[in-house]
Design a protein around this ligand. Structure first.
Ligand code: SF4
Ligand code: SF4
Length: 433
């Protein structure tokens, strides 16, 4: 066999590992821009169960069968195909050719054939996803927040995967013919790439070596590029959905977190507590991502932009400006923006999440129905961000719709949103009888 230029391979491996390491550090720093207050109250056993069922088992995906099956095909393919990548990396480092076969791995050709089966599944799924996304009228894939980079990103990654899959199959097919020519060690036949042999059968041995090596390099450089690219893409959910699900709160559905300082103040007013809070919070609610929790920002980086949340949002369905998916995309974009300013040692700009990214019109349109949280396949909670922004608008900015002010005044004086005194609240009901 032709020797693999090990030095070139090692250089590329170190170079891409360094870029990846830096990018991972940046994302971690950006997530930790959020405050440290968040702690999940879900028990460890439940969190592990969620990890197995929701993350590994993708249980929430199966509410919609077609995308769920296609997604499962890509997901399982991604895991299985990575085993072959271990072999390719070892070959690159050691200058060997198919090291698992060299060391006498039993049923090596069956192992590669199984991987090829998953490659075919991934290929089919990617093509169907491309067609669905670009040629079918699926509302959640056509929203305005997906214009530009998000749509390009989704298409690029699918094309990327198709190229990688074709590269492996072509590499394997040419390898099989080179085995017949006595150039490479015998492995036994590979089921799927074996069917491609007639396409290459007329090539000379030297040309086949060029084809096989070229696709080997396309594959491994593609993997390196993919690893770095993913960190800039919505496909970061491949990795971050696991910690996101593990740390998600699995308490009563729709339960909102109370603000400690306000809860305490009310308890004092009602004579339930006398304990004064020494240090008032620096900010009520959230104006920017730095006022959100690290978990809110982790969720934003984990979002796959699938739009399931938006497709069930009653505000969005009835034509309001609100899209919970956009809320999470805005949190991620703003975190990236602040992160870049930190990298350049710049002071914060005059922008903020609420105002420059998310408008008040959006957050006021939310009915706090919790449907988006319920629907999200990876337990993201867009409602939490909306509530925090609303708290800021109400408590610090004093800028909420006028009708809300009278409603809140009624709650304060009458213990109900209406203007009736408390003892007249049920009159309408009695009169009906
Ligand atoms: S909680 Fe708000 S954002 Fe979420 S689905 Fe309901 S209305 Fe939409
Ligand atoms: S928040 Fe969840 S449901 Fe909504 S787009 Fe992101 S991943 Fe999909």
């Amino acid at each position: 066999m032709e020797a693999i230029p090990q030095f070139l391979f090692l250089f590329l491996l170190l170079f891409f590992s360094f870029i990846l390491f830096k990018r991972v550090k940046t994302i971690k720093r950006n997530i930790l821009l959020g405050n440290k207050k968040y702690k999940t109250s879900t028990k460890k056993e439940t969190r592990l169960k969620n990890l197995i069922l929701v993350a590994f088992g993708q249980s929430k995906m199966f509410k919609k069968m077609t995308p769920a099956i296609l997604h499962l095909m890509i997901y399982s393919g991604f895991i299985i195909i990575n085993i072959e990548i271990i072999e390719i990396i070892l070959d690159g480092i050691l200058g060997t050719h198919r090291i698992f076969n060299m060391i006498g791995m039993p049923y090596y050709n069956v192992f590669i054939s199984i991987i090829e089966f998953f490659i075919i599944l991934v290929l089919i799924s990617c093509v169907i996803f491309l067609v669905r996304r670009n040629f079918m009228n699926i509302n959640r894939l056509k929203s305005s927040e997906l214009k530009g980079w998000p749509t390009l990103d989704a298409n690029l990654i699918l094309i990327f995967e198709i190229i990688l899959m074709v590269a492996i199959l072509t590499m394997n097919a040419s390898d099989l013919i080179l085995q017949d020519h006595g150039k490479y060690n015998f492995t036994g036949s590979f089921y799927f790439s074996g069917t491609l042999k007639p396409l290459l059968i007329n090539f000379s041995t030297d040309s086949l070596v060029i084809v096989e090596r070229t696709f080997w390099w396309i594959h491994i450089i593609g993997i390196f590029l993919f690893a770095v690219y993913v960190t800039y893409s919505k496909h970061l959910h491949i990795f971050l959905s696991f910690p996101n699900i593990y740390y998600s709160d699995d308490n009563e559905k729709g339960k909102m977190s109370n603000m400690d300082s306000i809860t305490n103040e009310i308890k004092i007013m009602m004579g339930i507590s006398t304990e004064e809070v020494n240090e008032p919070p620096k900010r009520f609610g959230a104006k920017d991502v730095t006022d959100l929790s690290w978990k809110n920002i982790l969720e934003a980086y984990s979002c796959s932009e699938c739009g399931r949340c938006t497709s069930v949002c009653p505000a969005n369905i009835t034509g309001k400006k609100l899209s919970p998916r956009k809320i999470m995309m805005d949190v991620r974009d703003r975190s990236e923006e602040i992160g870049k300013m930190k990298d350049q040692n710049l002071n914060y700009d005059n922008k903020s999440l609420l105002g420059d990214y998310i408008s008040k019109e959006e957050i006021f349109a939310c009915t706090s129905c919790n449907a988006c949280v319920e629907e999200c396949p990876i337990n993201i909670n867009p409602l939490d961000v909306i509530i925090e922004c609303r708290r800021y608008a109400a408590l610090e900015d004093s800028n909420i719709p006028a009708e809300w002010n009278s409603m809140m005044q009624n709650i304060e004086t009458n213990f109900s949103p209406w203007k009736f005194p408390i003892d007249e609240r049920s009159n309408w009901f009695k009169k009906e009888i």
